[in-house]
Design a protein around this ligand. Structure first.
Ligand code: F6R
Length: 247
């Protein structure tokens, strides 16, 4: 089932409530965190609640969705670095409870196999963003719904959109390690966040179109516990399609 909540602050509060609920029910929950710009307000709200003593992540575990191939965890543009800086640090998740994909692993294929074993212990909640082309994690259009964690080539548009602040496009890796669509679907609960008009078409295809590898996010229709939080701009296509709206 997919529940859609549209709005700005209300939607972020809904997302934060969901994360808090998962951690309250299971203090040592495993949380999967997306990087990128979209979840920043959610992470900020969770950090605020943690500061206020409303939620405690000290026993929680963190896993990642994806990582650039070739980047070590201490590289400023690596997703591991971004997650520590913007998410697990502010939330107070212990370093030893963070297990992220190693972009600099000597054998990237073996690293993907290792990560499948890590994820097989169970992900209680996976936070996702969505690409303008409908990707989730780095599963670009054409990815099979049964795909597993593996090395993937990035679409030129994804490299352009995800260019690190410190990097030129030429420095942005052409490949990544990414959880597969099938891997993501094994998370117990999924929270997808979409913000901005640039995501409207992808979100509409994901939620209202057929389940189709051309839009990898459409595979979320196969999961039984998905919450989508979207601002008005990202939800524009859903409104036109007469989708459920609630705040
Ligand atoms: C990030 C990731 C990507 C992003 C997507 C949206 O870990 O897996 O799928 O969620 O590219 O990125 P933003 O939020 O920067 O628009």
């Amino acid at each position: 089932m997919i529940r859609v909540v549209v709005g700005a602050d209300d939607a972020i509060a809904t997302g934060a409530n969901l994360v808090a609920e998962v951690v309250a029910a299971r203090p040592d929950a495993t949380l999967g965190f997306a990087t990128g710009a979209t979840p920043a307000p959610l992470y900020a709200e969770l950090a605020r609640r943690r500061q206020a003593g409303l939620v405690d992540f000290s026993r929680a575990h963190a896993v990642a969705l994806d990582e650039y191939l070739g980047l070590a965890p201490d590289h400023a543009d690596s997703y591991a670095h971004q997650l520590h800086r913007e998410v697990t640090g502010p939330l107070g998740i212990a370093r030893e409870h963070c297990d992220f994909l190693r972009g600099d692993a000597p054998d990237p294929d073996e690293e993907c196999v290792r990560y499948e074993r890590v994820l097989a212990r169970g992900v209680d909640l996976q936070v996702l963003g969505i690409g303008r082309n409908g990707h989730i994690a780095f599963n670009e259009p054409g990815t099979d719904v049964a795909s597993r964690t593996r090395v993937v080539q990035l679409a030129p548009s994804t490299r352009q959109a995800n260019r690190g602040l410190l990097s030129t496009l030429a420095d942005t890796p052409e490949a990544a390690l990414s959880q597969g669509v099938g891997t993501i679907l094994e998370a117990r609960r999924i929270l997808l966040i979409a913000r901005g008009a640039a995501k409207a078409e992808a979100l509409e295809r994901a939620l209202r179109g057929p389940v189709d590898p051309a839009c990898p996010a459409s595979a979320l229709q196969l999961h039984d516990d998905v919450t989508v939080i979207a601002d008005e701009e990202a939800a524009a296509g859903l409104a036109q399609a007469g989708a459920i709206r609630s705040t």
